[in-house]
Design a protein around this ligand. Structure first.
Ligand code: FMN
Length: 386
């Protein structure tokens, strides 16, 4: 029997996540307790702003829209973003690389490149190839190691308004804990995103993310090692995501990010051999969006923590789909390679979309596609019918 920890709510829980949590760490939301047949629920009173009579003449009030979102509502420090559009790990470097082409400080947050305990040279080339509707990559977590990240980048991040979430990878629980211990308390590090789509050497190379116990164990170990907001990133390469998502929540994650890339390969048509140097790669881009949407939709029905959706976001409509499926924020990845302006365009268009509809925030858009009474499935996966 699963322990229910959320405040009593009457609708899909994703819609009610922000009832009673501070915004931007300082402002209390305008909420009021409302008695329902299920007990007392807390509803935001600022969910809708009644349009003044002359609103049409003046046009939508963009300044009235508050796009902020808290990705760690239960953590004392919180992780409040100015807007719900992040950039995905591995597609935005350490944030500084794009400083010349866009105003990175206007992003909701930056998830930096996967960081490991020791430097990694990455996989042999070729490492990327285009695919229909996306790309395959096998970068192999090339990175300078956590000490270099702390020395080179964290001092810059500390001066930025945009939170930087460090994406952490490892091959053992000790690896993950070692990286996180070093990051804990470093100015400029706003949170941790655990990339658990990594082989667990202690379990014959089985990825942490596909093994419920290993996913929970690494989450719990990292939770014990830091008070930083902790996001855990799901892999789509599993038969049923729901028990894994629940185990991660129970192990202390503040939020779930979903999804990482889908496993794939490509064949070199001149040699008829595997094209990528590592044979296997990760598929990303619009091609994976329906899969990511399905996963967000399923996870939103079984966890109480915020969900950040990733997978093929290229435009506002994609972001709106993910909100409807239960995510409170989105990350943009592969689309940045074609057009680095995509994330900020989505921020601006989301604000305009909310203003045009008299919404004070994007949060009323969250979870509209979810069943009215979430069907809490068992962890056995028997309900999954494609
Ligand atoms: C070139 C490349 C490198 C990536 N590196 C990482 C990484 O280091 N850590 C991680 O968690 N995800 C990594 N990802 C996965 C992305 O963060 C994202 O989950 C995935 O690409 C799906 O989003 P998209 O379709 O918007 O790209 C990488 C993706 C790409 C394309």
């Amino acid at each position: 029997m699963r322990h229910k920890r959320s405040v009593v709510t009457s609708g899909p829980r994703a819609r009610d996540l922000y009832a009673g949590t501070p915004r931007l760490g300082v402002r209390a939301p305008r909420t009021k307790p409302v008695a329902t047949s299920a007990g007392t629920t807390v509803v935001p009173t600022n969910a809708r702003v009644p349009a003044p009579a002359d609103a049409a003449a003046r046009g939508p009030d963009l300044a009235a829209v508050d796009l902020s979102v808290d990705l760690a509502p239960k953590r004392p420090g919180h992780l409040v973003l100015r807007n719900p559009v992040l950039v995905a790990s591995g597609t935005f470097g350490y944030g500084i690389e794009y400083g010349e082409v866009l105003d990175v400080e206007r992003l909701g947050a930056i998830c930096c490149k996967g960081t490991t305990l020791k430097p990694r040279a990455g996989n042999p080339p070729p490492r990327v190839t285009e695919t229909p509707g996306g790309m395959l990559n096998s970068i192999g977590l090339q990175n300078p190691g956590v000490d270099a990240v702390i020395e080179r980048y964290a001092p810059l991040w500390a001066g930025w308004q945009v939170p930087v979430i460090v994406n952490v990878a490892g091959e053992s629980i000790d690896d993950y804990v070692g990286v996180v211990r070093k990051l804990d308390g470093v100015p400029g590090v706003a949170g941790i995103e655990l990339n658990i789509s990594c082989p667990n050497v202690g379990k014959g190379g089985l990825q942490f993310a596909v093994d419920r116990e290993a996913a929970a164990a690494v989450t719990a170990a990292v939770r014990r090692a830091t008070d930083l907001p902790l996001l855990v990133k799901l892999s789509p390469n599993v038969a049923d995501i729901r028990p894994i998502a629940r185990a991660i929540e129970d192990a202390g994650a503040d939020a779930i990010t979903a999804i990482n890339t889908l496993s794939g390969i490509a064949i070199d048509r001149s040699t008829r051999k595997p094209l990528l140097g590592n044979v296997y790669g990760g598929l990303s881009g619009p091609a994976i969006r329906p899969v990511a949407l399905r996963i967000v939709y399923e996870v939103a029905q079984v966890v109480d923590i915020p969900i950040v959706a990733i997978g093929g976001v290229t435009a506002l409509d994609d972001a709106l789909d993910y909100l409807a499926a239960g995510a409170v924020a989105v990350q943009v990845g592969t689309a940045i390679f074609a057009d680095p302006e995509v994330p900020l365009r989505i921020v601006d268009e989301l604000r305009a979309y909310c203003a045009a509809r008299g919404l004070a925030s994007h949060l009323p858009l969250v979870g509209t596609a979810l069943p009215a009474r979430p069907n809490r499935p068992s962890s056995k996966g028997v309900e999954y019918r494609p």
